[in-house]
Ligand binder design. Structure first.
Ligand code: C2E
Ligand code: MG
Ligand code: MG
Length: 569
């Protein structure tokens, strides 16, 4: 054992030495007479224990103890030696990190050895306690995967930051960040790669934030950055731009090249909110906006934005229950033969009969259904409901003679799995609908957005005799390519073309060319949005195959459709 005695009194030192040097005790003792030299030596060289005299010429033993325990902290166990038996002083020394306190007059060999061994034992226990407390604190405040501050630490930081900003009359900004499509990485490449990706993202974010800003992982793929002392809101904007840039850099994990991006929302205090919870909500609203606007971007919070998002979230929630509450309805719009002007079929068009907001058109809720993953369920409902309706008409009104066919609109997301074909097949069988009576409409934009639509699946439908129609032809960018890649039989010219013909002759030439081109490919042509006699006449002159539009009928509920087209037939 290596001991250091710091005591200016030579007699006391001798006394202590004598008590320590008993036969059989392997103790190395170093003696120092001044506080400063003792402190320097203790910090320079490791000792197993320090014996400190309380009465030193330049400072008290307590002062020496305090210097010893303040950073850079020296943790060697300490036993204090004093001439006075002062209870209060003894307690003070223990409080400041001494392990024991003995009165010099009571020093005997056995008393001293017992004190030393107790002090070392106590010191060991104290160190272990300190370590486990530090570890607990670390666990409680640090995210174990990335090493960033965790949600707990973030919330504490945020609640402290607001009153501080108020006192200092400064602003702070909160950035909420959520990785785009992280779930896909986890699902397709596994959680191991997902975790490695999160670590790398944490590293990159660390390089993008300023020193002093609090970067945290809130959980999953959600991060937050608290920017203190914001002199200028552009600072937050610049930070998010930096983040977008660092995330864009190529990323390879275990040989997989992964493209990653993030959506962010920014809110500032006290501009946007009055408390921490509100501030988080505001940043969340702005984050939601970034996701909604196509991801890989950041937005600032504003009141107008909040109202808009609130409405959208409300609609989203209501839409989730709409099917169960039987609020969705199908309207039917007639399709008319170009020559005979007789009805050839109906396009089923969905509406949402909302209990308070009235009839909501599909453009307002189909994109939401696609976003929240509800479109497949809604599509199945449309398919079943329309086929059941057609069967009813075929039976009740002898519509088999009419050869009435049914057009349905599909979202590209419905074509994600091969079970779609089986589903269509089983519903058609259930309602006894011949394959050639069904036409499925897909927009070109839907096809270009979703590259996963399998040609195989569409081929499969087409081989069974189900017709595929390209809807809204002429509004997207890659119509021709898609006509070549997918087995379409019908082309529906978008209503914007039909509407422009009345005022522009050159459009007539275009329509003529489109018709000729479609016919060369063996496609039938349907004109959408025919509203006037003039437009109808032109469609007839151009020799399209079918027409559809307000001129003949608006989309109407099934009963009205029956009255107009079937009861009289
Ligand atoms: P779409 O398939 O191109 O349907 C034609 C749209 O044009 C319908 O709007 C129809 O009401 C409207 N329309 C018909 N004739 C005229 C006309 O003469 N003039 C004008 N200005 N408009 C006319 P709607 O019903 O609001 O549907 C909008 C879009 O919503 C549809 O466009 C279709 O893409 C989508 N949609 C409708 N039902 C469904 C569905 O069940 N599933 C899916 N995925 N999408 C649907
Ligand atoms: Mg359509
Ligand atoms: Mg259309």
């Amino acid at each position: 054992m290596n001991l250091l005695i710091i005591d200016d009194d030579i007699v006391d030192r001798m006394n202590t030495m004598r008590s320590l040097q008993k036969p059989g005790q392997a103790i190395n003792v170093t003696e120092i007479s001044s506080a400063e030299a003792g402190l320097a030596l203790a910090n320079q060289q490791p000792f197993d224990l320090l014996l400190l005299d309380y009465q030193l010429p330049t400072m008290t033993g307590l002062e020496l103890l305090i210097s010893l325990r303040s950073p850079p902290t020296n943790n060697t166990p300490v036993v204090m030696l004093s001439h006075t038996n002062d209870e209060e002083l003894a307690l003070k020394c223990i409080e400041h990190g001494a392990q024991d306190f003995i009165v010099k007059s009571e020093v005997t060999a056995s008393r001293l050895m017992r004190a030393i061994s107790h002090a070392r034992e106590r010191h060991k226990i104290e160190s272990e306690l300190r370590e486990s407390r530090e570890q607990l604190r670390y666990l409680a405040e640090v995210d174990s995967l990335t090493g960033l501050a965790n949600r707990h630490m973030f919330e504490r930081g945020l609640t402290r930051a607001l009153p501080l900003a108020e006192r200092q009359n400064s602003e702070l900004a909160l950035v909420m960040l959520d990785l785009d499509r992280f779930k896909d990485v986890n699902d397709t490449l596994g959680h191991g790669i997902g975790d490695a990706l999160l670590k790398e993202v944490a590293n990159r974010l660390t390089t993008a934030v300023r020193e002093g800003d609090l970067l945290c992982r809130l959980g999953g793929d959600e991060f937050a950055i608290l920017i203190h002392d914001l002199d200028n809101i552009e600072l937050a904007e610049r930070l998010t731009q930096r983040i977008l840039r660092v995330l864009k850099q190529p990323l390879v994990i275990e040989g997989y090249e992964i493209n990653i991006s993030a959506s962010m929302g920014i809110a500032s205090y006290p501009d946007c909110a009055t408390d921490a919870i509100q501030l988080m909500k505001c940043a969340d609203v702005a984050l939601y906006r970034s996701k909604d606007a196509g991801r890989n971007q950041s937005h600032f919070y504003s009141k107008a934005l909040h109202e808009k998002i609130q409405k959208r979230v409300e609609l989203e929630q209501e839409l989730r229950g709409a099917l169960g509450r039987d609020e969705l309805v199908l309207y039917y719009q007639a399709q008319i033969d170009i020559n005979s002007e007789a009805i050839t079929g109906a396009e089923a068009l969905i509406r949402w009969q909302h209990p308070t907001k009235g009839l909501i058109p599909p453009d307002k809720f189909i994109p939401i259904a696609e976003d929240i993953g509800l479109i497949v369920e809604i599509g199945d409902w449309v398919l079943e409901c329309a086929c059941r309706q057609l069967q009813k008409w075929r039976i009740e009104f002898n519509a088999t003679d009419l050869n009435l066919s049914l057009s349905l609109n599909l979202s590209a997301l419905q074509l994600g799995s091969h079970s779609f074909v089986e589903n269509v097949e089983s519903i058609m069988q259930k309602y006894n609908i011949p394959h050639q009576r069904l036409e499925l409409e897909l927009t070109e934009s839907a096809l270009s957005e979703n590259t996963d639509v399998s040609t195989q699946l569409l081929e499969d439908l087409s081989k069974r005799g189900i017709k595929l129609a390209m809807d809204d032809f002429g509004t997207g960018y890659s119509s021709l390519l898609q006509l070549k890649n997918y087995p379409f039989q019908v082309l529906k010219i978008d209503k914007s073309f039909i509407h422009s013909i009345s005022d522009n002759n050159s459009d007539e030439t275009y329509l003529h060319a489109i018709n000729a081109f479609a016919k060369t490919l063996g496609l039938q042509v349907v004109a959408e949005g025919v509203e006037t006699a003039k437009q109808k006449a032109l469609c007839q002159k151009l020799l399209f195959d079918r027409m559809q539009g307000y001129y003949f009928s608006r989309p109407v509920p099934a009963t009205e459709f029956e009255k107009t087209y079937l009861i009289s037939a």
